[in-house]
Design a protein around this ligand. Sequence first.
Ligand SMILES: Nc1ncnc2c1ncn2[C@@H]1O[C@H](COP(=O)(O)OP(=O)(O)OP(=O)(O)O)[C@@H](O)[C@H]1O
Ligand SMILES: [Mg+2]
Length: 248
Amino acid sequence: MAITEAARAPAGAAGAAPLLTVRGLEAWYGESHVLHGIDFDVAPGEVVTLLGRNGAGKTTTLKSIMGVIGKRKGSVALEGKETIDLPSRAIARLGIGFVPEERGIYSSLSVEENLMLPPKIREGGLSLERIFTLFPNLKERLRSQGTKLSGGEQQMLAIGRILRTGAHLLLLDEPTEGLAPVIIEQIGRTIAELKREGFTIILVEQNFRFAQTVADRHYVVEQGKVVDMIPNAELDANIDKLHRYLGV
Ligand SMILES: Nc1ncnc2c1ncn2[C@@H]1O[C@H](COP(=O)(O)OP(=O)(O)OP(=O)(O)O)[C@@H](O)[C@H]1O
Ligand SMILES: [Mg+2]
């Protein structure tokens, strides 16, 4: 299988240099070697997903891009700039924002305080007004405490506060997990809107039916490697293969 070839040919961005280039990325938790050479590209303005079974290494790939992992090696270049030896703070300042699966909402703080918490890292962050247009629920709940929010509201808050920082490459880890279908739809519309505004998004998803509604391409992760790339337009034709990959 021509994995590297697939990784090097981002569709939907003819001729554009990749925004993010990941090559031979390896990562460890302590002694435990978890990523074994991840290769993929993301073009500017693209939405790509990382699909794969539990424990395949999707979350670890996001953490490794962000530099929040015990040890990593290989190459992660943003707009041609190598980041593998940078601390996570410096990586964030380049414009990469991570929304972890746990969402990281402070329960003792209000929605507003949570929103204002992450520092602005660069120009171009969305205003609070713009964030409230994307997530009207957050405006209504501005004074509510973090603990009082539904799972969907917490997810919106987690995404919203990253948009304020000026990050332009968003790493979203299973944003729809555990949410009701109507909330998943809203998250989907938001991702589409962010794409229209020029954000680039790497989305980890278990729910590939949802992924299909928002993504340009899908990378399949298996045992710490990217083993395939499926353009979104070819997903239906490859559904049996995908089921085998995901074991569903
Ligand atoms: N903090 C950790 N310490 C040690 N091993 C870890 C840690 N986090 C994850 N792992 C291991 O690393 C491997 C990859 O995990 P990872 O969380 O990246 O998978 P994933 O694809 O995100 O899975 P899931 O779909 O369950 O979220 C798994 O074998 C997991 O057990
Ligand atoms: Mg995970």
